[in-house]
Design a protein. Structure first.
Length: 277
């Protein structure tokens, strides 16, 4: 998992001509390491488990009235500061436990199969919070991309633009798409001397808040002009060595938001995407 700050000197010679353009894209990102943990309070940051839910807030359901499952919850008092992100409050991501994990291919911003909730004030008093979630427990037949509950360790780091980001080719190579540059590449074999080392050294895989996304398929922003200003809000990757997180066949889940909406704490138009090999 790449949690290191970007080091220009680590780039091989074949990437050096692009160093200035690569460096110009650097953004802060908070990378996350997960640890199985079944002893978390309802207001702590977590992947899986029971959500923070004041008694006067309805539990999130899908359009058929089935309960959604808490995918992840972030308590910003525990998290290093990121530009435009909240510095307090709790942000939650819920998804449906169906075979598409609640994603709607026709409208990835329709929050019927997923939900994003933000609470700007956190009540750390269990008597005012829902304790019993037994009526929302999922059945044996339900699909989710994770098993169990995880605590999160947050690390602030920096990251240059990722290969999978739709803006990579225009910003770094001056072409419309990645392979449109292949014939102009003078540093050897494009696949072996550009794509592979970039992916190896500067992969955007792993779990993160902010920064640049990783995809196994195409960036959903690539062909939709309405969402090309959207930035990465949250990414949860597959991880099956120590933790049980698996999006389809070793895929990745990501959520995007317009920067202005993020500043306004408006999470109603978040875009939800996951893909796999």
């Amino acid at each position: 998992m790449n949690t290191m700050n970007f080091k220009p000197e680590s780039l091989p010679n074949s990437l050096q001509p692009f160093l200035e353009k690569i460096s110009a894209t650097i953004l802060p990102t908070v990378s996350m390491q997960l640890m199985p943990n079944d002893r978390l309070t309802v207001w702590q940051s977590k992947v899986g488990g029971k959500p923070y839910l004041p008694l006067d807030v309805a539990y999130p359901l899908d359009s058929h009235g089935n309960p959604l499952a808490l995918l992840a919850q972030f308590n910003f008092t525990e998290i290093p500061a990121l530009p435009h992100f909240p510095d307090k409050g709790i942000l939650q991501f819920y998804i449906a436990a169906d075979d598409l994990y609640g994603m709607n291919f026709d409208d990835q911003q329709q929050q019927s199969g997923f939900r994003v909730l933000y609470f700007d004030q956190v009540i750390e008093d269990t008597s005012q919070l829902r304790q019993d979630f037994s009526e929302f427990e999922l059945g044996e037949e339900d699909y989710l991309p994770f098993t169990g509950q995880y605590s999160i360790e947050f690390t602030l780091t920096t990251q240059p633009i990722s290969l999978g980001d739709f803006a990579f080719a225009p910003k770094i190579l001056g072409t419309e798409d990645l392979y449109g540059f292949e014939d102009q590449f003078e540093g050897g074999d494009f696949e072996n001397d550009f794509i592979e080392p970039y992916h190896e050294l500067l992969s955007a895989s792993g779990h993160r808040l902010g920064g640049y996304p990783f995809f196994t398929q195409t960036d959903p922003r690539q062909y939709n002009a309405n969402i090309q200003d959207y930035i990465l809000l949250f990414q949860l990757d597959s991880e099956d060595a120590e933790n049980e997180i698996m999006w389809g066949d070793s895929g990745v889940g990501n959520f995007f938001i317009h920067p202005e909406d993020l500043k306004k704490r408006d999470f109603s138009k978040v875009l939800y995407n996951w893909d796999c090999y």
